[in-house]
Design a protein around this ligand. Structure first.
Ligand code: IMP
Ligand code: MG
Length: 198
């Protein structure tokens, strides 16, 4: 069907909201395979301990963990840094700690997106104090234009422009995490004004 692709690119979601595909599901999967190989090449003989940040990093973690060969374990941490809109509060708070110690382990922090860098700056400082053998960062998405804290990721899936994105773990008010792709969220002008005023 000739216009099916166009229709799929701009899907109507909740009233006043639409999501336009930025990175398709298959593209995400291909990139994760490549990242997994790269990570294993960098640490050929080491057990790897993936630490994911709830909830946004979960799909990235599960796909990445299944694509890395050899010994892999994982754990979760949760922080809150965003409220219910598309603006960061800039404050990071630990809401759930890891189950096990990371001392002496080769740790890869697995995050959905590196935006201002405040979250990762906070986490890296916390983890460094716990004496891991190696500490690396893997992010699916990087928005370099938004950086405030001097943080860089060792493994980056995609560098993206300064747009609010949802899907593949990323949410807008807890919605859209389950989309198999990453898309740019647009709000109609009335709603956008309401969000900006919050
Ligand atoms: P940072 O602390 O500003 O780097 O932001 C990190 C967190 O903010 C991410 O883990 C996401 O939960 C959230 N975030 C940043 N940008 C976006 C976005 O475009 N869509 C959805 N969540 C985002
Ligand atoms: Mg997150």
């Amino acid at each position: 069907m000739p216009n099916r692709g166009r229709k799929q690119r701009k899907n109507k979601k909740a009233p006043g909201e639409s999501v336009k595909i930025l990175i398709s599901g298959p593209r995400i999967q291909r990139r994760i395979q490549a990242l997994a190989r790269q990570i294993r090449r960098d640490f050929p003989d080491e057990p790897l301990h993936l630490v994911s940040v709830l909830k946004g990093g979960v799909f990235f973690l599960t796909d990445l963990a299944r694509s890395i060969s050899g010994e892999v374990s994982f754990d979760f941490i949760a922080v809150s840094s965003y409220g219910h809109d598309t603006h960061s509060s800039g404050q990071v708070r630990l809401t759930r700690d890891l189950d096990s110690s990371i001392e002496g382990k080769t740790v890869i922090v697995v995050e959905d997106i590196l935006d201002t860098g405040m979250t990762l700056q906070y986490l890296l400082k916390l983890f460094q104090q716990r004496k891991p053998k190696h500490l690396r960062v893997a992010v699916l998405l990087d928005k370099p234009d938004r950086r405030v804290a001097p943080v860089r990721a060792d493994y980056v899936g995609f560098s993206i422009p300064n747009e609010f994105v949802v899907g593949y773990g990323l949410d807008y008010s807890e919605r859209y995490r389950n989309l198999p792709y990453v898309g740019v969220l647009s709000l109609d002008s009335k709603l956008a004004k309401k969000v900006a005023e919050k």
